[in-house]
Design a binder for this molecule. Structure first.
Ligand code: AVJ
Length: 329
């Protein structure tokens, strides 16, 4: 038995987390740079500190936020078919490892999965999830990697030659601009190599009212999630954002087929981040996250440009969400 199939019995030390993560210096540099141009914007990854990740989990439970429950329903309903498509002894490399509900459904359906490699920027959550899954799936090799998965990162050598399956649920691909999504799909393609494949969740275009409701929920959880970016800057950097002087709104851009998460300045103001002074006009906004919606054909065309061949696609009855199995072309 090689390392990839070696057991992690319960009671064994938690798996080590390989660390390629970010620090607060990167946050400071990116935030100041993003707020210094004419169109203020920030990278969506900074929304997901510990508090942001917890608020995102709350979003997933909301009545209006359909993607999580729809994707989970789709995974459950099609688990056997998906498992057949992915093949036996899969080494599942999950890009982003938030809640464990989706990976469990997949692992339970797969025929003798060989390894689970969660990759995430949130170190605490990664370590916790790895510990839980290693204890629950003793025959599975759990190999966590703390990294920004939008950039290339090294895969452990023990995955060489196996059935490498990248898993990227949640339509997180939608948070990338089309060019970035193309780069990302190419980089995943390079990471898994020839013979590898990708199971990816992609949110679909639909009635804009449904989309707007999903990102402007009535309980204000998405607003708290978005505003947490400013609180995080106050917590981690020497910044003085006045939380009462900004408001959240998510706007749907029909032409671009995307939701834009915005933080509007409620008055003219100047914010300090360390030495930098950032002026805001009344009504000016920070674009904190975009969430693209694709058609099945549109997504498959993008994937094809990145060297992926569509093998299978599953959608729910309402055509709200899609799961694609792509194979390296
Ligand atoms: C990270 C892609 C799952 O874009 O729907 C949810 C993030 N932002 N509500 C999405 C998000 C606001 C979410 N995903």
């Amino acid at each position: 038995m090689d390392r990839a199939t070696a057991a992690h019995p319960a009671g064994q030390p938690a798996p080590d987390v390989a660390d390629h993560g970010d620090d607060s210096a990167a946050f400071r540099r990116d935030l100041i740079a993003g707020l210094s141009g004419a169109a203020k914007q920030t990278k969506p990854k900074y929304l997901y500190d510990e508090r942001g990740a917890a608020l995102f989990e709350e979003i997933c439970e909301l009545e209006e936020y359909y993607p999580t429950r729809t994707e989970i329903g789709l995974l459950r309903a099609q688990a056997a078919d998906i498992a057949r498509s992915l093949g036996r002894n899969a080494m599942v490399i999950e890009f982003g490892s938030g809640a464990t509900v989706k990976i469990r459904i997949l692992l339970d359906a797969l025929q003798e999965p060989a390894a689970y490699v969660p990759v995430d920027i949130s170190r605490e959550q990664l370590a916790e999830n790895s510990r839980i899954l290693a204890a629950e799936y003793p025959r599975l090799s759990v190999v966590p990697i703390c990294a920004d998965y939008t950039r290339p990162f090294p895969l452990p050598g023990e995955l060489d030659g196996g059935n490498r399956v990248a898993f990227f649920p949640g339509s997180t691909i939608g948070n990338l601009l089309p060019d970035e999504a193309l780069d990302f799909l190419q980089s995943v393609r390079a990471t898994v190599g020839s013979g590898g494949s990708l199971l990816i969740g992609v949110d679909l275009r639909k009635d804009p009212d449904v989309l707007r409701a999903a990102y402007n929920d009535s309980k204000g959880v998405t607003a708290a999630f978005n505003l947490n970016l400013l609180e995080r800057a106050n917590r981690e950097l020497d910044a003085d954002f006045d939380l009462d002087a900004f408001r959240h709104e998510a706007v749907y851009d029909h032409d671009k087929g995307r939701i834009e998460m915005r933080l509007y300045s409620l008055r003219p103001q100047e914010v300090r981040i360390d030495g930098a002074r950032i002026p805001f006009a009344d009504g000016e906004y920070i674009l904190t996250e975009v969430s693209h919606k694709y058609s099945v054909d549109g997504f498959q065309a993008l994937a094809a440009r990145a060297g992926w061949q569509a093998k299978s696609c599953w959608t729910d009855q309402a055509d709200y969400f899609s799961l694609h199995h792509l194979i390296a072309g």
